[in-house]
Ligand binder design. Sequence first.
Ligand code: HEM
Length: 480
Amino acid sequence: MKFTLPLLTVAGLGLSTTVSALPSFAGKSFDEVARGLDLNSDRPEIKAFVKRAEEIRNGGPIYPRAQRGDRDITALINPATFKFNDEEQSIDLTSDEHKFIAPGPNDIRGPCPGLNLLANHGYLDRSGVTTLTQGIDAINKVFGVGPDLALALNAYAVIFNGNILDGTWSIGGPYKSKSLGSLTNLLFGDPAGINAHNVYEGDASIVRQDLYDPASGGNNVDLHMPFYEELLADGGNNSQDGVDVFTPEVMLKHKSARWHYSVANNPRFFQSAFGGLVVTTAAERFVTEFAANNTADAEGYNRIYLDEKNLHAFFGIYKENGKLVYKRGQERLIPGWKRRPLASSFSLVDIALTLLAAARTDPSLLSFGGNTGTVNSFAGLDVGDLSGGVFNLAGLLKDPQELLCFLYQAGIEELVPTQLNVLYKSLGQVTSYLSDNLKAPWSKAANSGDNPCRPFDQNKKINILDAYKKFPGAKGVPGV
Ligand code: HEM
């Protein structure tokens, strides 16, 4: 998106101009916020995960039939098990501070509909440059993203798409660091923002094209209407209000089609361990969990549903003269929309189950690697080679704890420290920032229960970045 330099004034750590207050975290530095988040292993979602993992290892289903609610695939802490609480679940979308305002010419917007709409509603700075603390606060408060997942998503963005010195990052393209970030020049160049291909942004997205797909003209940020129409068709083109059309199953079906489309059309299709596998597969699930509206069922319990009307708003689609029109950067929530109860936050451990369910729907979705320069030439990287024989694919498919551990080792422990050399001039501060904010939530989740996460065999494993180098589409991955 061509929105340029934001009007951000960072007065100290993690503050912004147009969002006047950060209710939960006001007055705290980002380190305090990150350290103060509840990442402990006695959180209900971790306990539920450990129990479910045991059941799955013993041959049980990933998602047992839910005792309440309509959905077969449910979050570990199912919203439908809580009474609907109108006051707690209401989000201010109409006050001057939080009403929808379309971005101005200098505001940054990018490929993430969730972040774009948060900026359009003033929960992130309307300029599109936000901070770690504001990002955590916004996605937790507005969508019910669990604290560990909120921290992990934001910390990755600060480290790779922003600047650790002022804690800022951009929800789209590049920006200039301010305050501390500009005084001490720690980065090589300006922070790139989440648009940067193969860092966070990746291929086979839900409704965006691949950067190197010849048909995309290099546009991997704007919504591509044919993909969106396919999604509507997957939902049976059901435009009835209040119906749970875009369920996790429907979204997975769509994701599978998008993956195979990319393999068949993009000679340089590439899925990295983090940006590709985790982010794009998780994003599929984010739609059905977070864009969903919530209401009371006949007995007063939560009913979570995603109908076409709410999907259109979430993806910046407007109906004009009976036609669907996409307005770039104009994603929104409909006033009156209610989020899931905060007690049923969707967390990092839910991502492990999401990936496992994706793999059982279509095993391709759990592979990473890429096409080798021609279409339909996908070559997957081998889990055994990468881990030095510590893990194998069959084991990951049977055990969500093994899977989470593998993703943590491959996506964070193995890759991130070496990649920082490419972005940062000096590693001291970023290394401790990395441990506190990015490794901490992943490591807690990956080591949950009595199941310590096993490291890769350093003597036998192959180097992931070297393995990426054989894929022409891996360009952009830091260090490749
Ligand atoms: C700090 C938090 C977040 C970060 C850094 C982030 C980042 C990103 C990035 C880089 C992409 C592009 C991925 C791709 O190329 O496919 C993306 C896509 C997406 N994100 Fe986010 N995101 C965040 C939170 C959220 C939340 C809370 C939601 C839901 C409310 C969300 C929903 C989505 C969806 C649905 C897509 C796919 C868009 C498409 O393919 O059309 N994200 N996000």
